[in-house]
Design a protein around this ligand. Structure first.
Ligand code: FES
Length: 161
């Protein structure tokens, strides 16, 4: 029995890669790609995923000419600050329905999102808001009011200077 000798192939026509070798190479490339993606993910992790938010406490000087019962709305804050003969107080302007910022209205506040209305004291005058607007902790020193948006106080809590 005679066998035909293998003819050497040229560089332009290389021997085909056997299936086992091809699968080994494919698994090697897949492992390398997975390691690269994992490394890229690890490099991205140290970045903060949460943005810093402004402090819940802030100080604001009330205008000297603020009429009693008129809200003062500090820019960038969801708070209405009032001053009357009994003292100063602050009411959150975040609607208790779904969190929209309420706007001053002739008789109190009105929510632009679903039409809830609140009395000037924050009590619900018309739904769908389920609860009154919360009153917030304030302290008064001179004409400067410090409001703590993170601390609720009982309705009617006013601070005299
Ligand atoms: S968010 Fe104010 S009424 Fe719905």
């Amino acid at each position: 029995m005679t066998t035909t000798p293998k003819t050497p192939r040229s560089r332009l026509d290389p021997d085909p890669v056997p299936r086992r070798d091809w699968l080994g190479l494919a698994s090697l490339w897949t492992t390398g790609a997975a390691l690269l993606f994992g490394l890229a993910g690890m490099l991205k992790l140290p970045k903060a995923a949460v943005l810093a938010s402004p402090s819940k406490k802030f100080r604001v000087a009330l205008p000297e000419t603020l009429p009693a019962g008129e809200p003062f709305l500090p820019p960038g804050r969801a708070v209405a600050i009032f001053k009357d003969a009994e003292g100063a107080y602050a009411i959150s302007t975040i609607c208790t329905h779904l969190g929209c910022v309420v706007k001053p209205h002739a008789e109190g506040f009105e929510c632009p999102c679903h039409g809830s209305r609140f009395a000037a004291s924050g009590e619900v005058a018309k739904g769908p808001a389920p609860r009154p607007l919360p009153w917030l902790k304030v302290s008064l020193s001179g004409g400067v009011v410090t409001v703590d948006e993170g601390t609720e106080v009982p309705h009617g809590t006013k601070v005299a200077s």
